[in-house]
Design a protein around this ligand. Sequence first.
Ligand SMILES: C[S@@+](CC[C@H](N)C(=O)[O-])C[C@H]1O[C@@H](n2cnc3c(N)ncnc32)[C@H](O)[C@@H]1O
Ligand code: SF4
Length: 405
Amino acid sequence: MALSPTNFTSHSSIAAATPTAAYVHIPFCRRRCFYCDFPVSILGDHREAISRAQCANIVEALCAEITATPRFNQPLQTIFFGGGTPSLLSVHQLEQVLTAIDRQFSIATNAEISLEIDPDTFDRSQLQGYKSVGVNRVSLGVQSLDDNLLRACGRTHTPEDVYQAIEMIRAVGMSSFSLDLISGLPNQSIEQWETSLKGVITIDPPHLSVYDLVLEPVTAFGRQYRPGESPLPDDETTAQMYRLAQQMLTNAGYEHYEICNYAKPGYQCLHNRVYWENRSYFGFGMGAASYVNQQRFTRPRKRNEYFNWVKNYVVNGGAIDCPITPSEEQLLDTLMLGFRLAEGLNLERLGDRTDPFTITKILKTLQPYEQQGWLIRDQDCLRLSDPEGFLFSNVVLTALFEKLS
Ligand SMILES: C[S@@+](CC[C@H](N)C(=O)[O-])C[C@H]1O[C@@H](n2cnc3c(N)ncnc32)[C@H](O)[C@@H]1O
Ligand code: SF4
């Protein structure tokens, strides 16, 4: 490993600074799930006319925001429509946003274009339509295959709706798709978790995201429950759930490529890799975050505030009023995000972001965790072990933060 001061600000860090990814937030849901604090407006169950009209205002604001954003001379390689529930958009509305993006930045011909979809919010022709306007990857929010748990989470769908959604995904030939699952739900037993895992393994999606419940304070669950206390599983049980998922999914041929993500070969989410590699990305929409020109910026989370912000943004020619992220913070972000990936951190590339003395300090701070088996050093890479290192990543990162910040 060559760690000389001449390694500073190399071409790779300049390349990482040009955004080639865009996140678009679609801030609508039919109901709010009891665990979720994402920035969304609730439309209720009337799916058609009313919701589509409300979506139209947001599409208009999104297109204005996109069109006002300064362009770079690189086409976009990944676009991710997240939510909220992007499958509440009509095909025409989605096409409007994609057209605005293509006009402003241009979309690479082989770009990954992902769309989050909720069971029971779309039909086959809608999915076919999304595909025809460029969507080539969908992410379906399953959460659990247990009917009682779904109801206890305030989900609008049943396990049957999940199976129907998957039939539609396959019928339209959307070969790249992902399912989301959550462990650590109230009253969820290890056996129920194992059943959901067996169910998704039978479905055999190319990609899976497996989250541990985060108890957000401003949610129904956050008001009702205390972390680690019944009816939430205790820490040992949630750790067991994590280990069980790792064991069952890797045995089923999935690569555990990120703390919460599993993929069959060739199906990693390229868009999310941009975040974990701490590269630049555009963000559009209510509550969306972006990282452009070393400025991390989060848009207003409330509807009217977002609309007003867009008006000013357009008038100001797409100028973002926020400070440049200090280099110490950029380094901590690189460490925190990079350790999420199975391959961990490439120490030589880290030399683009900091000086050799800091790298020596990092390695010294992490030595006890290497001895403990939570960290593994493979030539130029330093990575967390799977599953134990991933499980205790917060301990390792806290030690680093205390040393470096
Ligand atoms: C932002 S949501 C949007 C996806 C879609 N609306 C849905 O619910 O399926 C993306 C995923 O985040 C996960 N998620 C949201 N809130 C969470 C929480 N508090 N704890 C763990 N996972 C959460 C869920 O698995 C969800 O599918
Ligand atoms: S989990 Fe998905 S459907 Fe539920 S409130 Fe959050 S964004 Fe909406």
